[in-house]
Design a protein around this ligand. Structure first.
Ligand SMILES: [Ca+2]
Ligand SMILES: [Ca+2]
Length: 176
């Protein structure tokens, strides 16, 4: 019915969001450029989707840009302002319920392209937390008490091992 009404082939949409058995996984890498950033988005399948990226600038401002992803690797040059420098590139947190979004740099939780003390501090508050599947995460009630990005070894518990894994990435250069 939707296809008839719109005249569009909605196969890719249903493949992505209705019949797919797993949610998509996207890695965000970026290199700052004068006035913007070169962004590389790596997806684990070929199904199309759109992601809203949040670019955090050195002055604290946030610029939002939508990027269409087709194949596994999507590269985009995002220009924001000639005088601006981009500190971090993340996805809108509203995607979190439907898309697994992580930095291309292992252990980089705040999406600034580097694993450092700020990432450890972010996850230190979560030490001791375990994933509780009961309050099912949804678009309207996302799971906020367990930050899955801090669970680097995917054992559904955030502990010292995860912090050590972040620390092991210290000194990693920005994603390219
Ligand atoms: Ca970081
Ligand atoms: Ca863990």
């Amino acid at each position: 019915v939707l296809e008839e009404a719109t005249g569009k082939d909605l196969g890719p949409f249903f493949d992505r969001w209705v019949t797919a058995k797993e949610r998509p996984s996207v890695r965000i890498g970026f290199t700052p450029t004068p006035g913007g950033a070169d962004v590389t988005l790596t997806k684990d399948d070929d199904l199309p989707m759109t992601l809203e990226l949040w670019l955090t600038l050195s002055g604290g401002e946030r610029v939002k840009r939508r990027v269409d992803l087709g194949s596994r690797v999507t590269r985009a040059r995002l220009d924001v302002d000639p005088g601006a420098s981009v500190l971090a590139v993340s996805a809108s947190p509203r995607h979190d319920a439907l898309v697994e979004v992580r930095s291309a740099v292992h252990g980089d939780l705040d999406f600034d392209g580097e694993a450092d003390g700020f990432d450890v501090l972010r996850c230190a508050r979560q030490v001791g937390a375990s994933y509780d599947p009961k309050p099912a995460a949804s678009l309207w009630e996302p799971e906020v008490s367990f930050d899955a990005r801090c669970d680097l070894n995917d054992d559904l518990t955030i502990d010292d091992q995860d912090l050590a894994e972040i620390a092991a990435g210290f000194g990693t250069l920005r994603a390219r």
